[in-house]
Design a protein around this ligand. Structure first.
Ligand code: AHR
Length: 666
């Protein structure tokens, strides 16, 4: 007998199994509260070239010549002059292409795009330009897509001519079909050799954008969003909402109406980190609030715009470091235009075009039906000081006014940049006092934090007076490994069992940030990466997708020895939660083993009997530091197998460092 047990011990060590069995009691006969449809969503911010140069399909950088260096992104030759009395009052600059005066000298402007332009052989690209012939008559301009580093005789990948006529500004379009795929193309616009031509808003889009919109989104990236089946879509940021200073905050009213007349805004991320510095990072606002609402609708998510509360970024304008409050933030008695921005936005989204100018603009832009906006965030990542509630005193003024105008909307406050500590502790009770509907929590934290936070929401206040939680920005930033890798995603999967178990408290959660260009990132990890032609979804993306696809409709209790399975001292690194899906009649159990040993578990499915068809989804990597890449985009992806589960009691073994999802037909 002794021999057998020591043999078992040797075997257990050899197979990496511990002797302790864990019994998960899942009460499948008592269906709990509903999982909010908004539960797993996405957070978009124009960081890492997420909008211009990313999701927004425009391939031309500085298309309106409005960057402070008006020729940024452009090489010019011949007689090119910058003018400033163009047809669009908010973007007054344009370029005059005059004949050089010499038969062998050419006037031409060449745009380098965002890290080059990615074009596909045989695909169609829509060139457009506003142009005129200032002296009257007709001119012909030529548009080339080029590979200017090629060894071949001709740099052209495709070209097209456009005839411009008359002294009036008109929009001209032409289709270019490159012969080859190339990720670093440039766009050349040649002036007529005999006639002067003025050009403005020089643009190039793939014809094949997401849902085919002319001012559309890069299809593969928008599809990654759609494939997350997000419940909520938060935009436009992040710190972008605040700007580095008030002048550079995101102003939604500038982001709607004709794209040609949306003024440029600085992107605060171009200089935020001097070790990842991008001096030509601006916001064209081509991806503006109309497009955000439209995209929300098309990917099936509730829109969640966040607007300024009249505070500039507090990290960079901290009044404790010598600046006076009214120098950097909006004085209390001057908040009205900011409050109007919220009220007018609700009208823009939901109002009657016959009664409201902003609603009329929405209709004029092609969407007479309301966007059905239900949530608005006020302020991004703000906080109070002990002796000066800079944030909450403003928020109160906002809430009083916007609630009066639109009581039907749910308003979202914030507990600032920290998951706990002084700012958080000060703000959480204030959110309740102010009766916000939800508050936005942010946490970019390391592995230990995630491992310790499996019970975070178990003891949050419940009941009518308690606001719901929006975990609006979170990601595991590995200690010394602040980039995407499997283990970070595993930590997030573990933590998300807590969100799921507490779906009566947490109404929505969004991983952050969403997008990053491999050549233009400022912040990582991020959910989706891309270059000019390719993309890959990170391991963190797949964790989000697994939760979203398997969120179920109702909570189920899952306990071990009467307690939630949340990585506690006696739980061997296990995290778990369970839901029921009324639509598919499935019990869905999520188990994350964060430890380095396989763990035996008994699934005790109370209320079920006999054999049940099931699916087991496994997300695992032997190498914790491994990650998907542009070269190998599907290196680590979830795998599904069909199995059978015996109820009420099924023994399973959860391998080390693995996320398992059991989907059991009831
Ligand atoms: O997601 C990046 C930044 O992190 C956001 O802009 C800000 O809200 C947070 O500090």
């Amino acid at each position: 007998m002794k021999k057998i047990s020591s043999l078992f011990a040797v075997l257990a060590v050899a197979t990496g199994m511990t002797a302790q069995t864990h019994t998960f009691d899942v009460n499948t006969s008592k269906v709990g509260g509903a999982i909010p449809s908004t539960m797993y969503g996405i957070f978009f911010e124009d960081i890492n070239y997420a909008a211009d140069g990313g999701l927004y399909g425009e391939l031309v950088i500085n298309r309106s010549f409005e960057f402070p260096n008006h020729f940024a992104g452009w090489d010019i030759s011949g007689k090119v002059t910058l003018k400033d009395d163009g047809p669009f009052n908010k973007n007054p600059h344009y370029v005059r292409l005059a004949p050089s005066g010499h038969t062998d000298k050419y006037t031409m402007i060449e745009n380098r795009g965002f890290f080059g332009m990615g074009v596909k052989g045989g695909a169609e690209y829509r060139f457009s330009v506003w142009a005129r012939v200032p002296d009257g008559g007709t001119s012909k301009i030529w548009i080339d897509l080029v590979d200017n580093a090629t060894m071949e005789d001709d740099q052209k990948l495709g070209n097209v001519g456009v005839e411009v006529s008359g002294k009036e500004w008109k929009k001209y379009t032409a289709i270019i079909k490159p012969t080859k795929t190339f990720d670093k193309a440039h766009l050349r616009v040649w002036g007529d050799s005999k006639v002067t031509t003025d050009v403005e808003h020089v643009s190039l889009f793939p014809v094949d954008t997401y849902k085919g919109h002319e001012n559309g989104m890069r299809k593969d990236l928008a599809e990654s969003l759609e494939q997350l089946k997000p419940g909520i879509f938060r935009f436009p940021g992040g710190c972008i909402v605040e700007g580095t200073d008030l002048a550079t905050r995101y102003q939604w009213k500038n982001s709607v109406g004709p794209v040609e007349n949306r003024p440029l805004n600085e992107n605060r991320w171009h200089y935020t980190f001097t070790h990842r510095y991008f001096p030509d990072y601006y916001q064209s606002y081509g991806l503006g609030f109309f497009e955000f609402f439209q995209l929300s609708e098309e990917i099936g998510a509730e829109p969640l715009p966040v607007l300024s509360v009249g505070l500039s970024c507090q990290f960079q304008n901290d009044i404790t470091r010598g600046k006076k409050e009214d120098e950097v933030h909006v004085p209390i008695d001057q908040l009205q235009p900011y409050i109007d921005d919220v009220i007018d936005l609700i009208e823009f989204a939901n109002g009657d075009p016959a009664k409201n100018q902003w609603a009329k603009l929405r209709a004029d832009m092609g969407h007479p039906e309301p966007f059905n906006l239900k949530y608005v965030g006020i302020g991004n990542e703000q906080w109070d000081y002990k002796d000066n509630p800079v944030f909450t005193k403003r928020l109160k003024i906002f809430l009083d006014a916007v609630r009066k105008a639109h009581p039907e909307i749910k308003y979202i406050g914030t507990t600032g940049p920290d998951s706990e500590g002084e700012k958080f502790d000060m703000l959480q009770p204030k959110m309740e006092e102010l009766k916000v509907d939800l508050y936005d929590e942010h946490f970019y934290r390391n592995e230990e934090w995630f491992l310790k936070s499996g019970n975070r929401y178990d003891n949050y206040k419940r009941g009518k007076s308690a606001p719901k939680v929006f975990a609006g920005e979170y990601a595991c930033h590995g200690r010394g490994k602040k980039w995407n890798h499997f283990n970070a995603a595993l930590m997030e999967a573990a933590f998300m069992t807590d969100l799921e178990r507490n779906a009566d408290v947490v109404e929505m959660a969004t991983y952050a940030p969403l997008f990053a260009h491999v050549e233009g990132w400022q912040w990582r990890p991020d959910a989706i990466w891309y270059d000019n032609l390719n993309k890959f979804n990170s391991c963190s993306y797949y964790v989000q997708q697994l939760y979203s696809y398997n969120k179920g409709t109702n909570m189920l209790t899952l306990t071990m020895n009467g307690k939630p399975v949340a990585g506690n001292a006696d739980q061997d690194g296990l995290f778990a939660s369970a839901v029921f899906d009324k639509n598919t009649n499935e019990v869905i159990v999520k188990v994350v083993n964060t430890g380095d040993k396989a763990q035996p578990v008994t699934l005790n499915l109370k209320g079920m009997k006999g054999d049940h068809a099931a699916q087991l989804i496994t997300f695992h990597s032997d190498d914790l530091n491994a990650e998907n890449t542009i070269e190998n985009p599907t290196k680590i992806v979830p795998k599904t197998t069909s199995i059978s589960v015996t109820a009420p009691s099924q023994s399973i073994t959860v391998p080390a460092r693995t996320f398992y999802i059991y989907k059991i037909k009831k």
